[in-house]
Write a protein that binds this ligand. Sequence first.
Ligand code: ATP
Ligand code: MG
Length: 334
Amino acid sequence: MSEILRVENLTQQFRLDKSLLDKLHWEKGRITLRERVVKAVNGISFHVERGEAFGLVGESGCGKSTTARTIIGLNRPTSGDILFDGKSTAAMDKGERFALHKQMQMIFQDPYASLNPRMTVMDIVTEPILFHKLAGSRQEAEQRAYALLERVGIRPELASRFPHQFSGGQRQRIGIARALAVNPQFIVADEPVSALDVSIQAQILNLLMDLKEERSLSYLFIAHDLSVVRHLCSRLAVMYLGRIVEMGSREQIFEHPSHPYTQLLLAAAPKLTGSSIAGYEIPEKEMPTVLDLPKGCAFCNRCRYASPQCETELPALREVELGHVSACHLCGKK
Ligand SMILES: Nc1ncnc2c1ncn2[C@@H]1O[C@H](COP(=O)(O)OP(=O)(O)OP(=O)(O)O)[C@@H](O)[C@H]1O
Ligand SMILES: [Mg+2]
């Protein structure tokens, strides 16, 4: 297997205060200059093998979508690099970027928001084909679109309808057809089933798994709950507040999770994952904010193993076994 995507030390920050006035604050009777910066992604590294489905998991606000949007080119990284097929995307010229957009497509969490409500389904699917000049004529593009719609389970006679005339699951199928229209190699799927009913989730996951085999696709599959990635991904990374805290194969993460946060995630979904860590309740404490990250381990205030070292020292990712890394000072000690 060769590597299709490599993310190297990726950082993504958003400056909230655009003007000088925004940056001025009144503090203890004096005016001070302070800029608020959202540290959404803080130096993450991982790679995806060709033909592999790699999972990125973590709770709301941990930076999953920001990572996805930066990989797909919707955000420019604050620092770090993204390599596609061994080539740095930062070093690509306009032509190479255009070609890259064809190779890498995204499936969004909310298919309704990502489909243009004023376009028919046929126009939604043919647009990228025509834009990338993948068909000689409109008729040829429409033929390809019909075949794609049929493949994802939308009857061709419904192609003249608009997105609001479909159910959530059908809209996600249309989103998948649009993403596949340009014959991409790599798909970033950002929580593609979280907005759907459980019964429909299974259908869409099965469709994604079948398409992966049929078209030799590679996936970066984002989810906030481990049960969704369990059946689809061969390796996964767990994110907490903009950092990867654990990464390994599906078996390593599910059978012997090392990081207390991964253990908590598994314990939080005992019925769905079949895994239960006795006595580990979810603490009600809030996460720290991305505007003011703590000096030490960000998970410290919710961790039952936390020691004084965890409050002051940021734990680095360390190998706990071959191909399995975890960022916890207590790795191997607890
Ligand atoms: N353009 C932006 N400007 C400012 N802050 C942003 C921007 N985009 C994201 N953020 C912040 O970055 C953090 C990470 O957001 P992100 O959407 O990546 O999280 P997520 O893991 O995808 O969460 P969810 O599971 O809710 O989708 C959040 O605190 C969010 O408010
Ligand atoms: Mg998100």
